[in-house]
Design a protein around this ligand. Structure first.
Ligand code: ZN
Length: 148
């Protein structure tokens, strides 16, 4: 049985490089050039090949992320807040203004009150893992004022 070498592959000789899924051979100097001029981006996709980790490229959650969040959470991410998740805003666990990412694992539903209050008074909240793919905030309440 005869078979053809992929275009770009030289006579089966072993050369340092990379054979791409397209059948093209990428020589080592080209790999080095790409490594110096490119950046890596991590992509996390769901079963429908929709990207769920957007990093810092976009601020707002996309519909596929929102659906995934609603599968993980039933209410606001703050303990004892009864507002159903589908009525909540999608919030960054790490505030966007502090460098937070729009990655599925860093998003959670937060009611409008807790979203605003957590931003204004982060000292009132303590973040903890509530499961493998869930976060929660314990509400600590306002700090007691000291009167001397
Ligand atoms: Zn809430």
């Amino acid at each position: 049985m005869a078979w053809a070498l992929p275009a770009g592959l030289l006579s089966g000789r072993r050369l340092p490089g990379l054979l791409l899924a397209t059948g093209q051979f990428l020589p080592a100097p080209d790999i080095h050039r790409l490594a110096h001029t490119s950046t890596l981006a991590r992509l996390v996709m769901n079963a429908d090949s929709q990207i769920l980790d957007m990093g810092r490229k976009v601020r707002r959650a996309i519909p596929a992320q929102r659906r995934a969040i609603l599968a993980r959470y039933t209410t606001c991410v703050v303990d004892d807040c009864p507002l159903p998740a589908h009525l909540c805003q999608t919030d960054h666990i790490d505030n966007w203004s502090d460098g937070g990412t729009t990655d599925l694992d860093k998003l959670a539903p937060t009611c409008q009150f807790h979203n605003r209050d957590r931003y204004r008074h982060p000292e009132r909240y303590r973040l903890y893992r509530a499961g493998k793919d869930r976060w929660a905030f314990a509400y600590l309440g306002p700090r007691p004022t000291t009167h001397n």
